[in-house]
Design a protein around this ligand. Structure first.
Ligand code: HEC
Length: 133
């Protein structure tokens, strides 16, 4: 049990202490794999799948501007995670928190939730880094 906690803390420390630069690089990779299909390579909402959805896919470059110049960190985090269920029923956005957690379970057992949160956090840092002021 203590070992498990230590492992979780090491992962958390790596994520937080390594600073945002490393997280941004990881997040860019996550973004390309998981998000660009809909939101587009340059996050303008123009990915190849966007045209197939029955609602429009938003640009992710204006999140700061739309929030009066403050990057809405919490809101973006919970939107990507999706597990708190605040979003409208029938949303087209996949529930990434659940997907990342499930895919982590098979590889890393008890730290699956930590892994999922780390991946989501790296995505938030990446999105923060590409905001148009
Ligand atoms: C299947 C297409 C699809 C994929 C893949 C997708 N999104 Fe989305 N996303 C949408 C759509 C459509 C919306 C707007 C409506 C909604 O929330 O469902 C949205 C909304 C958002 C919002 C809220 C934007 C705002 O203006 O408030 C964020 C943030 C976001 N997506 C981030 C991501 C990230 C990060 C990923 C990759 C982990 C991702 N999306 C993958 C389709 C997608």
């Amino acid at each position: 049990m203590e070992f498990r906690n230590a492992k979780a803390h090491v992962i958390a420390a790596l994520i937080f202490a390594s600073g945002t630069a490393v997280a941004e690089v990881a997040g860019e990779h996550e973004y390309t794999v998981a998000c660009a299909g809909c939101h587009g390579e340059s996050a303008m909402g123009d990915g190849p799948l966007a045209g197939l959805l029955n609602i429009s896919t938003p640009s992710l470059l204006d999140l700061t501007r739309a929030n009066e110049g403050d990057f809405p960190f919490e809101a973006v985090l919970t939107t990507i995670d999706g597990r708190d269920g605040v979003r409208a029923h029938g949303s087209m956005m996949p529930v990434w928190g659940e997907r990342f957690r499930v895919s982590a379970t098979s590889q890393r057992g008890e730290t699956a939730d930590m892994v999922a949160r780390g991946r989501i956090l790296s995505l938030v840092y990446y999105l923060q880094s590409i905001q148009q002021e």
